[in-house]
Design a protein around this ligand. Structure first.
Ligand code: ADP
Length: 599
């Protein structure tokens, strides 16, 4: 996430512990894993001791019955060890998968509650990699921790104790090799950690670039910009590969460096052992066992260092996940669960600046009261704050000054579902989802009957084109509604919003791609069929909102005039300018003509 994500997230970064709550549920499996692992490791430790019996008693004293009996015991140990190993892997995988699953669910739920500003700051690409890569890293580390992290120290301590018990002098090289090994690991980790962090960041960037390129694939093709997109994707891909190469190269040095120290220690042990055997202080079988145990000590050390590497890597992921889990939604529920008492809307001295934005506020001292059932249109130049004004009502953003009221209450008093449940919202460039036409419209209300769906389609002037589809309501729509025209998509989105039976309908330039005649028919149908619904419409085309009860003119974030079309023509220069600019637009005229013809 960007550095600017705010107080919540900064605290979240240190609250990695908050992730443990998702692990606690699996305590039973987590407790079983070390038990099974202990069985496996104990069996591993016993093998060299049994081997000693075979060599020193069975072979040297020529007692085949000892070889046979010990051989059977070794087999039994191997079988028990394998059983322990399997059980341990099974239970630790069970815990890790459950943990990963719960964590992903919790993260997804949290992401959905974040405000627009918060998700923008995280970026969709980073949230995607957090929910996938980072959770997987955590899952892996849970398996590793339950299975390997205990096994290695146990094997290490057990082997050292057994070597000491057999011949303490031969343990000396082992003890002496510990400091250089530790130095190598610490030094290596210091260089590796920044590379890991950079790798995660670059994966985020790559994922964002990929997402953007795929979502905007039509624009890319329209501009024949494949090379350009490939170039920017390629650059990020290279950057990621570069980090991967650096960590790969560094990774390649760790194993050989550790092995070199180990080999030196092993040679020292064998050298010492040979001298002791000459002096009759130690038997051949014992030497074999000691070499075996020493190898296990070394192996455990190597394992431990790799585990600490994975662990550190997982800590980076854990921090990134905790950041999301601990980010409190900026827009939170208010206390009131009941819906607004009426469909009135009011802005009282509202000012607003986008979070993190500098410069003049986007809205300044906006006062406006809309009565229940009133149809109010908002017009103004591009960037005058029309969309922003609408987005304050469902609390996509909270006002930074003054208050927005719905049903006579501050919008912050309502629970979000109560507030938004009373509204039907159609945004600019509405998004449809993969599924049938009916399924898409039923996003508005899942239990609506077919008649209701057809009714709202009629109001939205979408019934005829839907009837023209091969499968009618059951026609499949591609993700994002890309198989429909812009105007069709907008009308389906209006139908979807109407199905909620909203008391307040917010239309943000929602008919910009609909021809003027159809748009007029739609407005007339809205008046007739959704009487009592308050409608706030943001419009570019003045022609389309002439019949609004009142028109609000925004200029540079402030209200420049309120009134009917005729009143504003007489009193508001900004409005006159807008009207003049549009009536001289030849394209607009021809559109209107086309609309008349269509009618
Ligand atoms: P309109 O709908 O009238 O064209 P908007 O309400 O969309 O205008 O935008 C008003 C101003 O707010 C513009 O200057 C725009 O750049 C800025 N703006 C819009 N959305 C954001 C955002 N998410 N973050 C920061 N600034 C924004």
């Amino acid at each position: 996430m960007n550095e600017t994500t705010g107080q919540n997230a900064t605290e979240g970064a240190v609250r990695v512990r908050s992730l443990f709550r998702y692990l606690k549920r699996y305590w039973f499996w987590l407790a079983l894993a070390p038990a099974a692992m202990l069985l496996e490791t104990a069996m591993d430790l016993m093998q060299p001791a049994l081997m000693t019996d075979i060599v020193d008693v069975g072979v040297r004293e020529l007692r085949p019955e000892v070889v046979r009996a010990t051989g059977w015991r070794m087999l039994l140990c191997a079988a028990l060890g394998a059983l322990g190993g399997m059980a341990c892997t099974f239970v630790s995988s069970r815990a890790a998968t459950g943990f990963g699953n719960d964590l992903r669910k919790a993260l997804f739920a949290r992401v959905q509650r974040l405000s627009f500003a918060q998700t923008d700051r995280f970026t969709a690409g980073s949230l995607t990699t957090r929910l996938t890569n980072d959770v997987m890293t955590m899952q892996f580390v849970v398996v590793m921790l339950t299975r390997m992290l205990l096994r290695s120290p146990f094997l290490l301590v057990g082997s050292v104790v057994l070597v000491l018990r057999t011949d303490w002098r031969l343990a000396l090289p082992l003890v002496l090799s510990a400091p250089p090994l530790a130095w190598i690991v610490v030094h290596w980790m210091r260089r590796m950690m920044p590379l890991f962090a950079a790798g995660q960041k670059r994966t985020d960037e790559l994922s964002s670039a990929m997402q953007e390129a795929l979502e905007g694939i039509r624009v890319v093709k329209a501009f024949a910009a494949e090379d350009r997109v490939r170039g920017s994707f390629g650059a990020r891909n290279e950057a990621l590969a570069d980090t991967g190469l650096q960590s790969g190269m560094l990774g390649a040095t760790l194993g050989p460096a550790l092995q070199f120290v180990q080999q030196v220690a092993l040679v020292a042990i064998v050298f010492l052992a040979a001298r002791e055997a000459d002096a009759g202080l130690v038997k051949v079988g014992q030497i074999a066992a000691i070499v075996n145990w020493s190898t296990q000590v070394m192996m455990s050390l190597v394992m431990l260092s790799f585990q600490s590497m994975h662990f550190s890597r997982a800590m980076i992921s854990a921090r990134r996940l905790a950041e999301v889990v601990c980010t409190e939604p900026e827009i939170r529920d208010g206390p009131r669960a009941d819906p607004p008492a009426d469909a009135s809307v009011e802005l009282r001295g509202v000012s607003f600046s986008y979070p993190g934005a500098s410069g003049d506020p986007v809205l300044r001292g906006v006062d406006l009261r809309v009565e229940p059932g009133e149809h109010v249109a908002i017009v103004g130049g591009t960037g005058s704050g029309k969309t922003t004004l609408l987005s304050l009502l469902p609390r996509f953003y909270d006002v930074t000054g003054g208050a927005a009221l719905v049903g006579g209450r501050d919008v912050r008093d309502y629970r979000l579902d109560a507030l938004r449940g009373a509204m039907g919202i159609v945004m600019q460039n509405p998004r449809l989802f993969s599924g049938t036409v009916a399924e898409n419209v039923r996003w508005g209300r899942a239990d609506a009957s077919d008649e209701e769906v057809l009714r709202v389609l009629r109001i939205a002037q979408a019934d005829r084109f839907v009837a023209g589809f091969p499968a009618g309501l059951a026609t499949d729509i591609a993700q994002g509604g890309t198989t429909l025209s812009g105007g069709q998509r907008q009308r389906l989105a209006i139908a979807r919003a109407l199905l909620r039976r909203p008391r307040i309908l917010l239309l943000d330039d929602a008919t910009s791609a609909v021809d003027p005649a159809t748009e007029r028919a739609l407005r007339a149908a809205l008046r007739a069929e959704a009487a009592g619904t308050t409608v706030l419409t943001v419009a570019q085309r003045v022609d389309s909102i002439r019949d609004a009860d009142r028109i609000v003119v925004l200029d540079g974030g402030a209200v420049a005039g309120v009134g009917t079309h005729d009143e504003l023509l007489a009193s508001c220069p900004t409005y006159r300018e807008i009207v003049d600019s549009q009536s001289t637009d030849p394209r607009e005229d021809s559109l209107t003509e086309a609309g008349k013809e269509a009618r």
